[in-house]
Design a protein around this ligand. Structure first.
Ligand code: SAM
Length: 126
């Protein structure tokens, strides 16, 4: 099972209560839990903009966001790692897979830079 817990990286993150084998599919999102929010729309609403800055993927002209910020798939809480244990790509329809064996109580992290050509990662991230 995947659960949200406090993360040493920042705020909360996604942790596994069961071991995950390399190559295993990791279900992080409901299929329809995604929508595009333009930069104009986000900038017109400070609460929406703040939510976009924390949870969303920067894409051309705006953000890929949860369909409903009040009913978010657990994947929207994923933290970044420079040594990620899960990864995805457009070719994989943005489904995530373990890139190595993952132990019980490990945090699941991807490399944000692989999510979009517009994503960057601050130097202080681990
Ligand atoms: C998708 S959210 C992840 C969940 C977030 N930690 C929370 O508590 O809601 C992305 C945000 O988490 C923080 N974050 C993610 N990975 C991080 C890292 N490796 N180091 C520091 N902060 C990180 C940043 O504030 C980023 O905007």
């Amino acid at each position: 099972m995947l659960v949200l817990r406090p993360s040493p990286k920042s705020g909360c993150g996604i942790f596994t209560t069961l071991p995950i084998a390399k190559g295993e599919h990791v279900r992080l999102w409901q299929k329809e839990d995604e929508r595009f929010v333009s930069s104009e729309e986000a900038n017109a609403d400070p609460d929406l903009r703040a939510a976009c800055d924390v949870h969303c993927v920067i894409v051309e002209g705006g953000f890929t966001c949860p369909s409903d910020f009040h009913r978010m798939s657990i994947g929207w809480y994923m933290n970044h790692s420079f040594n990620p244990n899960i990864a995805s790509s457009a070719e994989l329809d943005w489904e995530f897979y373990a890139v190595r064996d993952i132990a019980v109580d490990e945090e699941l992290c991807c490399d944000y830079r692989t999510l979009s050509p517009f994503e960057t990662v601050p130097d202080h991230y681990t």
